[in-house]
Design a protein around this ligand. Sequence first.
Ligand code: ADP
Ligand code: ZN
Length: 616
Amino acid sequence: MTDPAPTIGSVLSDTAPAPLDVLRRVFGYEAFRGPQQEVVEHVCAGGDALVLMPTGGGKSLCYQVPSIVRPGTGVVVSPLIALMQDQVDALRNLGVRAGFLNSTQNPDERRDTERAYLDGELDLLYLAPERLRVPSTLSLLGRGTIALFAIDEAHCVAQWGHDFRPDYLALSDLHERWPDVPRIALTATATEHTHTEIAQRLNLVDAKHVVASFDRPNIQYRIAPKNEPRKQLLDLLRTEHPGDAGIVYCLSRKSVEQTAEFLVAQGIPALPYHAGLDAAVRAQNQSRFLREEGVVMVATIAFGMGIDKPDVRFVAHLDLPKSVEGYYQETGRAGRDGLPSTAWLAYGLADVVQQRKMIDESEGDRAHKQRLGQHLDAMLALCETVECRRVRLLDYFGQRSEACGNCDTCLTPPESWDGTVPAQKILSTVWRLKNERNQSFGAGHLIDIVTGKRTAKIEQFAHDELTVFGVGTDLSEPEWRAVVRQLLAQGLLAVQGAYQTFALTEASGEVLRGDREVRMRRDPVKATRSRSRSARADAPALPAGAAPVFERLRAWRGATAKEQGVPAYVIFHDAVLREIATRAPSTLGELGTISGIGENKLAKYGQGVLDTLTAE
Ligand code: ADP
Ligand code: ZN
């Protein structure tokens, strides 16, 4: 920590300040956004709340403002120990008295924080959920004044969610122990099912439920057919995101490492992150991603929760996510600053085979597997849709919307076609192999049979004698792969056994009998690529002359951040620097009117900014 905890007492008087005053003077924002005001007022008045907002929606202010307004300390429960220092530094930079208690501290630091809490000198105190199981922590909290409990990442309490943490279950006790302390739970993950589960498990059924719009209009959603994923990724980075910070998600640790190595070999500053890496390496890579500019993090889903880096310009998935909830959470890490960003996913036949197999082999009872299967089916439906991706995504979260104009299907509408006959060809091949030969095979060999390819394996099994041999020369091999993929996605083929061969399902019979039509998506030949064509939320170009000023400000920010050991965005976001460069204020008073510059930051950095503006 670079400086002693500044006091907000100089900023705000002793009587309870009004929420809007806190917003303006401490955070430097003119108005609350979306449902923030409603939540803040409710919690300030002592009410409980359950808040569902997308990533980047502005959840933190919902508990930070009431923590400052109400007497005592806001206790924030967060699973993200590795990020607490940054969160606290960011608050202190605003002049908010914040601290944390976690296992990374030495006893002296812990004692100082405990003392500050007991003396009523903390506005916010961050804790990991497991701390609240420790009797000494509970007793400590009991001896001070608690303004509120904020339960961040509240979906971690949902047992069937993708981030379940057992320690969260104990949080339901808070209410019994401190019935008069308001509780606010927040999450960015929220199907109706998860929402209900959070409310029940945290005892928040009677709380005020606030659901913001889940739309993230500045993110362009794209799902591309996977053929050479690394090459496709490289193309995306080089043509659309040169020099940008971003996250690349891979399914396995091995592919994380290989992909990171590949990018580095191509001259892109990429770092790996997965649970198998040493804790110190993980911490270091995370810190570099947050502090340096333009770093690409290649990671498993172990990375990302709570990362509030505002200028992540793209999130790429090289493998299919297991659920729409997970996908939306991960892609939501792009563009928190509201500037145009890309969510790109490469998806192919092998993904479906692999995911179906993983579900098949997963531990757990039938109901569990069924649920995993439903999650996957929803994800597959999103991938195979010919409709607007955003409409489908928002619909998944129970929100209606219009075609967005900023996703691949809106920008390059795919056709749908009647794939019944090709479907019958594949399905009857599977049927014949099973019934005439008692055999089953995977995608590659099935396609060789229908396209009439005389491979060694075909000769070996005399599959050229099957009546279906060569019945499908009308489609190319990639087209056949797309057919097989969609049969799997639609549940018309099943994956079985260790060799991942295919079998018919109950629904296949309807297709074979001609009782069911199979609609398919024709993958557009040319991939969508268009930051420029995106209809919405393009960053306005800087006026002539402002660009070099912006660069000077960035350099000043970089140097200042380094000096203070904090990420650059903790000082000012890009959007703030853009605004400064555009308006070129000449006095502290003018500078202070810019959104995102509160009183503390003005006092701390104002002169530095003005000097940078006048320097040549
Ligand atoms: P979440 O926690 O929901 O992902 P954050 O609380 O990090 O989102 O907020 C996202 C971004 O929006 C941050 O950069 C934050 O400073 C900004 N922000 C939040 N509320 C407002 C507001 N009322 N006015 C302007 N900017 C805001
Ligand atoms: Zn769309």
